[in-house]
Design a protein around this ligand. Sequence first.
Ligand code: HEC
Length: 252
Amino acid sequence: MLVVAALEVVWHRNRGAELRLIIYRMTQVAVASTLGTVAVGILLKQDGGYNVQVVESHKNYGLAVMWISVVAMGLLTWEHHRSSARLRNGFRGLLAVIVLLLPLVGHSGGKMTHGTEFFLKHAPAPIKNWLEGEPRNVPAEKGANGGENRLWSEVWPILKERCVKCHGPDKDKGDLRVDDRESLLIGGESEEPALVPGDPAKSSLIRVILLPQDHEEVMPPKGKGQVSAEEVTKLIEWIQKGAEMPNGFRGE
Ligand code: HEC
């Protein structure tokens, strides 16, 4: 669609029947691929495991682009048969709307596959702070339970680095979220508690981390990073001492 928009600009400067035909054919290809993309998106959505809100906005932007493309194709087809400036301008107007919508579709799609933070992850700190507001995700240092919260402030970065992209706000693989105490206590699909405060050996969270690297249940899955010995020790210590998490903690 972007190429079609660019060709429209070229045509405006340098009119020619041949270029008009190219625009017509390119639009047909683009609209067909939009339909295909939407179909694949809907199939992937059935699979689940994505952040529901992000999926919803991605779907809405995607469907908007699809419908507008279909109508635009209709206008262009009409224009192809009886050359009319009015139809052509209608087509161009819709094309402009599509060009404006595409970055939104792309951005929400990026959030789904790379996580909500992908866009800003490597941005310079001042830009990041400006767009996100004050830095969050600094767990309270002093709670009712100062000592335990100190442990949590060391444990959270490990979970965040190693687990959250699959078990957090964006995806909840195996139906488990590590940023949610309730979810950890109940456990995921296996219905085995991921966290048993005071008992690391019964906590499946520790068990799956300690599995051999070629075991199919090892976490993170093979090739998706590995928790270091030092980090496991921290996690075990945290669970042994009661696995304190700030009240109502929700990742952010
Ligand atoms: C690359 C994605 C990914 C990462 C990273 C990841 N996991 Fe998983 N995890 C999965 C998938 C997928 C499943 C579901 C496995 C299945 O159903 O066979 C799962 C399942 C689990 C389960 C079992 C849940 C249940 O009750 O069925 C636990 C516990 C778990 N992960 C813990 C962790 C921990 C702890 C980390 C970080 C150290 C982590 N995972 C990192 C993808 C990931």
